[in-house]
Design a protein around this ligand. Structure first.
Ligand code: PBG
Ligand code: ZN
Length: 329
């Protein structure tokens, strides 16, 4: 019997499997999200995300130096604002002395060689928790665009290397591009959260960032059952000048990632969100699965589906395995 494929020929030893493995996850594929709190005095563990803490602003610089020493290349910063500093428009984030500007500046100064990405959105800074300006009909798209453009310039002035708009307002990439260009930042790239779904998997993030909200984001984030629409959204962001496109969440949306890979030449980014992380952590705590193996399998799957970069709360753990040479399925 020789007239069938003998795939097992290439699986016979660890060395052979290593030779023919199609994907690797590298240190420079990873982006680590950080929650920076202006009120915390020490690291505050986040109950719904075992292993992740809110970082007090005063300890951000030391953490950045540590991450740099560990070999991490990039971080994505989220602000955790004092409740009494939130308002209807999120004006703290439009201020050069606000938390967004301060944390970007601190991170960049502490680790100038690292890539500091700034999440550009308002839900962390508004008292209602929505991603923009709320009018009686809901979140007002075009009023929010003006503010997103201002916020991006604030982050750029503070030293952000990449602006990552996540509000899912139509036209946000064009608005931010124009504002950056007009303010002397035509060299700064935009990472567009282009296919961002209204997902229940963001639950732990909302606890982490202290940005729970009444209602939901279904009028601006995408319907999880829609795939073609996701491709239209992402390609629209490319047409508006996005430099990188993101799919978010990750593992439930690998089809979008793979299809997008076929349709764009831009770098693709996947965000393995808080709920995906929590599922693995809690299942492992319950003894239901091997956490590290599952982590490697999921991160490798993102690469296989077409991601160039992976934003993940597992970044530090993954990095440790990459450094030790043990990052294999
Ligand atoms: C804010 C934002 C969210 C996440 C990243 N940026 C929450 C949301 O849109 O509700 C989620 C990240 C995660 O769950 O890890 N626009
Ligand atoms: Zn938001």
């Amino acid at each position: 019997m020789t007239d069938f494929m003998r795939g097992r020929r290439l699986r016979g030893s660890a060395a052979l499997r290593d030779l023919v493995r199609e994907q690797t996850v590298r240190a420079d594929d990873l982006v680590y999200p950080i929650f920076v709190s202006e009120t915390a005095t020490d690291f505050e563990p986040i109950g719904s995300m075992p292993g992740v803490s809110r970082v007090p602003e005063a300890k951000l610089a030391a953490l950045m130096r540590e991450l740099h020493a560990e070999g991490l290349k990039a971080v994505m910063l989220f602000g955790v604002l004092a409740e009494n500093r939130k308002d209807a428009v999120g004006s703290d984030s439009l201020n050069d002395k606000g938390l967004l500007a301060r944390m970007v500046k601190t991170a960049k100064q502490a680790a100038p060689d690292m890539v500091v990405m700034a999440d550009i959105c308002f839900c962390e800074y508004t008292d209602h928790g929505h991603c923009g300006v709320v009018h009686d009909h809901g979140v007002d798209n075009d009023a929010t665009l003006e503010n997103l453009a201002k916020q991006a310039v604030v982050a750029a002035r503070a030293g952000a290397d990449v602006l990552a708009p996540s509000a899912m307002m139509d036209g946000q990439v064009a608005a931010i591009r124009a504002a950056l260009d007009a303010s002397g930042f035509s060299h700064l790239p935009i990472l567009a959260y282009s296919s961002k779904f209204a997902s229940a998997l963001y639950g732990p993030f909302r606890e982490a960032a202290g940005c729970g909200l009444k209602g939901d984001r279904k009028t601006y984030q995408m319907d999880p059952f829609n795939g073609r629409e996701a491709l239209r959204e992402s390609l629209a962001d490319e047409a508006q000048g996005a430099d990188m496109l993101m799919v978010k969440p990750g593992v439930a949306y690998l089809d979008i990632l793979a299809q997008l890979r076929e349709r764009t030449l831009l770098p693709l980014v996947v965000y393995q969100v808080s709920g995906e992380y929590a599922m693995v952590k809690f299942a492992a705590q319950a003894g239901a699965l091997d956490e590290k193996r599952v982590m490697r399998e999921l991160l490798g799957a993102f690469k296989r589906a077409g991601a160039d970069l992976i934003i993940t709360y597992f970044a530090r753990e993954a990095l440790r395995e990459i450094a030790a040479g043990t990052f294999k399925p």
